[in-house]
Ligand binder design. Structure first.
Ligand SMILES: C[S@@+](CC[C@H](N)C(=O)[O-])C[C@H]1O[C@@H](n2cnc3c(N)ncnc32)[C@H](O)[C@@H]1O
Length: 294
């Protein structure tokens, strides 16, 4: 079913002010899907009423949620999201708006400890039931909570299938997470913070088949002393610009704690650790470099 996850509202065409940056295409898509959503929501409430009479809770695609309706991520994309996040059993994953628990449960099956935050208590119960049936209740946990009032600072991986305006609203908080934290979104952008990587699944997926990955960048902006020269860096998300002494740097960016920039024909790569960074130079003058924040 083609349903864009959107604000569960009786007036689904309302576009919040924070969505002003949406492209015309996204707006057109939203408007088209809004009609479908109304029908789906009406049908789903009938179906839900019927299923709930039997005592077994069966969620309906397109059913209301606090800020986003429930639309499940196709399993093939769940797998791809974990793949591009390079998920390992050492990681702690949090899914924001965890629905029926599929992302959390898939992560737990891969050995991760994973947690879902979900506003709808019936979905929380269903996800817990699904985790039990999958034999991963010890590693897959769920809480009834609002993502806007939750702490997710302990996560190494955060997954989400929300909406552009929600991603954009969460971005300042996500940018304060430890450098290297991986953020993966099903389909939707995060304002003007460009993804570091994207991947699309073509098999077993008809809608919502694109994963976007952001890696929280270390703080690199400011003035650094690099040998005899001053390295001045301006940072916007993972992108850097600036100068080393009198020379402009190019191809400069931060990926987690990895930093790289080019000065003339010398390519600097290194790691940022708080107020110092160091690495190697290839090209013009091979060797090592270190810099200290001023
Ligand atoms: C599009 S569904 C995605 C479900 C799941 N993450 C997946 O990928 O299959 C969004 C989910 O977010 C939940 N949700 C909406 N607003 C929320 C909020 N403010 N806090 C927590 N959960 C919320 C909805 O109930 C719904 O289950």
């Amino acid at each position: 079913m083609d349903i864009v996850p959107m604000r569960a509202s009786t007036t689904p065409t309302r576009v919040p002010a924070a969505d002003a940056g949406w492209s015309g295409r996204a707006r057109a898509g939203l408007a088209i899907f809004a009609g479908v959503l109304l029908v789906a929501t009406a049908l789903s409430s009938v179906a839900q009423e019927q299923s709930n009479k039997g005592g077994t809770y069966e969620p309906q695609v397109g059913q209301a949620g606090k800020d986003v309706v429930w639309v499940p991520t196709p399993q093939s994309l769940v797998d791809k999201m974990l793949e591009i996040a390079k998920a390992t059993p050492k990681d702690y994953l949090i899914d924001l708006g965890s629905g029926d628990g599929r992302t959390v449960i898939t992560a737990a099956k891969k050995g991760l400890t994973a947690h879902g935050i979900e506003y709808n208590p019936q979905m929380v119960e269903l996800a817990q039931k699904n985790a039990k049936a999958a034999g991963v209740s010890d590693k897959a946990t769920f809480a009834k909570a609002d993502i806007f009032e939750s702490d997710f600072s302990k996560a190494q991986i955060i997954t989400m299938f929300l909406l552009p305006w929600i991603n954009e609203k969460l971005a300042p908080k996500l940018l304060e997470l430890p450098p290297g934290t991986r953020l993966v979104s099903n389909t939707f952008q995060m304002g003007d913070w460009q993804a570091d990587e994207t991947a699309t699944v073509t098999e077993d997926c008809t809608n919502y088949c694109k994963a976007l990955l952001w890696i929280v960048p270390a703080k690199a902006g400011g003035t650094w002393q690099l040998g005899e020269a001053e390295l001045k860096l301006e940072q916007k998300y993972q992108m850097l610009s600036g100068t080393l002494g009198p020379t402009a740097i190019t191809d400069a960016r931060v990926l987690g704690t990895d930093v790289s920039f080019t000065v003339g024909d010398a390519k600097y790569t290194g790691k940022i650790e708080g107020a110092s960074m160091s690495g190697t130079i290839a090209g013009g003058r091979n060797g090592n470099w270190t810099a200290t924040k001023k």
